[in-house]
Design a protein around this ligand. Structure first.
Ligand code: LLP
Length: 433
């Protein structure tokens, strides 16, 4: 329960699986966060298994009528223990590299529930997918089809293919995470598909089984999905009626957005997405695959950081943190908003503060003029919605270690799922050559 009082109505409010207890201690799925940094260090990524389970169930319930195969987009959070937790719900995986494929298999995903996407899969990666016996390759160019055909031929196999269509639909999300418009590197032009399907008949080691698409990430409106589904359905009917090509399934991609702040409410409702899918894809009566990433894990995670110093410079008050853009890149990369909550609630009136990291780059700023209670050295903060596209984007710039990752099991037990990758680890790889 929140202890925010009316006098401090501007204090940042928790949302999703986060809450303040009666003593003002921030909790993730009921587990106090501060003690975890005492044990595992700071900065620290912490994920809630319970929240991931809830999101999977929300999606499964919303889509009950279509009963899709959910293939978790591993790129959102590739920790093998997170994958294993997701897979324990019968969910498959969407991978985009041999590395992600190995991670999915290590996390216990069965190969027949794995789709392999990605625009520039190398022959060795195609071979790895064929070796594993995955469900389908989402192919994005004629050149890739030829490479897949050659790889399958060498191995005496036939590769199951989904052609990824670029439906030229504006996703109305951040420009840098839009994928389904013309001029974008992803997918095959909509109008080229019928001819490609005919051409494919000359390739004896690939078999067309599906069409796939993915129009972008963090979509907050359902309409672009509906437009894209309509186009996918039209194309599927066209192939059946004009060319006698009957598909075995359709892959509708990922992209469903989530709240990044309490002001976003509970975000777009998967029930509405399912209604659009039922309307446009339902009549085709084909099995459906979906590839959610962020929706499953985004709000399950936080990144905890400490205030190292505070300083006033001109008219700005800076909170200088021990985490930087190398640990959480989204604000620097996309101007993305991450809600920030102090680990200890304070009744003191909020003031605008700039949150910056230690990296020697002017873009190493998480938030400008953010209203927070005045925080001092040693105070700890949680960056919300850090379960997706945060740890996976982290890097060692400025000689920095990578923070540890902790999974809160459904019974509240904290489990270290990746130790920090330390300076010594990095140096040893060079010095032991
Ligand atoms: N399927 C394909 C083919 C994709 O390219 C993606 C994401 C997904 C599924 C999963 O999308 P989701 O459900 O998570 O929206 N780094 C950016 C996001 C990049 C997404 C790339 N593709 C960010 O931090 O916002």
């Amino acid at each position: 329960m929140s202890v925010v009082s009316p006098e401090n109505a501007l204090a940042p409010r928790p949302f999703g699986p986060l809450s303040y207890d009666a003593d003002g201690v921030l909790q993730l799925s009921g587990v106090p966060l501060a003690p975890l940094t005492a044990q595992y260090g700071s900065p620290l990524y912490v994920y809630s298994a319970a929240h991931i389970s809830e999101q999977i169930q929300r999606l499964q319930t919303a889509f009950a009528r279509l009963d899709p195969l959910i293939c978790y987009a591993v790129k959102a959070n590739m920790n093998t223990h997170v994958i294993a937790h997701v897979a324990s719900h019968g969910v498959g995986a969407d991978v985009v590299s041999a590395g992600e494929l190995k991670r999915a298999l290590a996390g216990g995903v069965s190969p027949e529930k794995i789709v392999f996407a990605g625009v520039a899969k190398q022959p060795t990666e195609l071979e790895a997918g064929l070796e594993a016996g995955i469900l389908q390759f989402n192919v994005e160019s004629w050149a890739e089809l030829e490479a897949l055909n050659a790889a399958a031929g060498r191995m005496g196999k036939t590769a199951p293919v989904a052609l990824r269509v670029n439906p030229d639909v504006d996703a109305h999300t951040l420009a840098k995470i839009t994928t389904g418009t013309r001029g974008n590197k992803f997918g095959l032009p909509f109008d080229d598909i019928p001819a490609l399907v005919s051409q494919m008949e000359a390739l004896s080691h690939v078999r067309l089984e599906a069409l796939a698409m993915h129009i972008g990430s963090q979509l907050l409106k359902i309409q672009p999905f509906a437009d894209a589904y309509r186009r996918l359905a039209d194309l599927t009917r066209h192939l059946a009626e004009e060319q006698g090509t009957r598909l075995q399934r359709l892959d509708m991609g990922g992209g469903l957005g989530i709240p990044y702040s309490p002001d976003d409410g509970s975000g777009p409702d998967p029930v509405d997405l399912a209604a659009a899918a039922v309307e446009h894809l339902g009549p085709l009566d084909l099995p459906i695959i979906m590839e959610p990433g962020r929706f499953l894990v985004g709000n399950a995670g936080v990144m905890i950081a400490d205030v190292v110093y505070t300083k006033n410079s001109y008219d700005h008050r800076f909170l200088l943190l021990n985490a930087g853009m190398n640990d959480l890149m989204r604000p620097a990369l996309y101007d993305a908003y991450h809600h920030v909550l102090p680990l200890m609630h304070s009744e003191v009136a909020t003031v605008p503060q700039d949150l910056a990291g230690p990296i020697c780059e002017s873009t190493d700023v998480f938030a400008k003029q953010r209203l927070l209670p005045p925080l001092d050295e040693g105070a700890q903060l949680a960056f919300c919605t850090a379960g997706a596209y945060c740890a996976v984007l982290a890097n060692h710039y400025n000689g920095r270690a990578l923070p540890a990752e902790v999974l809160l099991e459904s019974d509240g037990t904290a489990r270290l799922i990746r130790p920090a990758i330390s300076d010594e680890d990095m140096i040893a790889r060079e010095q032991t050559l």
